[in-house]
Design a protein around this ligand. Sequence first.
Ligand code: PLP
Length: 374
Amino acid sequence: MPHPVYLDYNATAPLRPEAEAAMLEALRQPGNASSVHRYGRRARRVIEEAREAVAALVRARSSEVVFTAGGTEANNMVLAGTDGRRVYISAGEHDSVRHAAPHAAIIPLTSDGLVDTAWLAEALAREEAPALVSVMLANNETGVIQPIAEVAEIARRHAALVHCDAVQAAGKITIDCDALGVDFLSLSAHKLGGPQGVGAVVIRGEAEPAPLLRGGGQERRRRAGTENAAGIAGFGAAAHAALGEPGGCMRQVSGWRDGLEGRVRALAPEAVFLGASAPRLPNTSCIAVAGLAAETQVMALDLAGVAIGAGSACSSGKIEPSHVLQAMGCSPAVAAAAIRVSLGWASGAADVDRFVTAWEVLYKRVAPASAAAE
Ligand code: PLP
């Protein structure tokens, strides 16, 4: 079999060589960043350089960046740590937001996958006390980019705080915290070619979420525990490498993604591309052919050496109907058929060719049977 093709960047991106080198270098050195001797000072320097790189990626100040153990912790810190406010989240949020705010009011999505901002404006106008609004910058399943600056503008009119989960957007589109106007922003290293288990929350305004982890005074008392210096070094290196990509290689990635969709459409005119009518990340395609089960496609493509994701949620190995696609009003048949192809920093045109060739074989083998069964 030719070498395997990886097209599941939204699940996790391959580790960049720069991140690997930075991590190995940090792992080889002893030193706790809280120690005052030379080893400690060196670990501190590694962490602070990484903080600068992460801040630069989202045009924030480095003093606003708090390192966490990933995007899930960053989301939990804001959602669980901002007590006493009524919480609004969009219907498309990641489970790490949904489960951290189980009593939140749900902002509906349009069929394009965009948040219904008119609904939000009306709901906030009825609130008696300032709320907290959490809307992701880009969706992990469809890639749909939300109008965060507009959401923040509406929220500001009603003195609400705004949190934005930018885990999927970072490195794929330019992020400017000032332009977005958010109070809190979540990031995760492994979605942009850094290591898993490292992330950050960017805290911009006066409001301080209560720490989730208590103990030492690390991270300006916002997150206790000895810093994961090697992981943070890898995050910083990945953020630095990704800095120019939204205006650079992501344009090429977007062309490959569009080409892929065009070729799938030519093979299967009944295919739908979920979220394609809205602004989207350059790397993501969510494709459904009703009757062609997502699991069948993921497995058949895996056998052909091509790794993709299912559009449905699959955090525990069990594929469940996607709440995102349901919120967009997709029929159960379409939602059950949705696959996600996501490209990234190491992708190439040949990967798209391999996907299309393998998908064509699968489609021609399975589609007549599924059409007959309907
Ligand atoms: N938010 C979004 C939109 C995601 O796609 C993910 C990961 O799938 C997360 C948060 C969680 O990030 P982490 O895997 O670093 O906990």
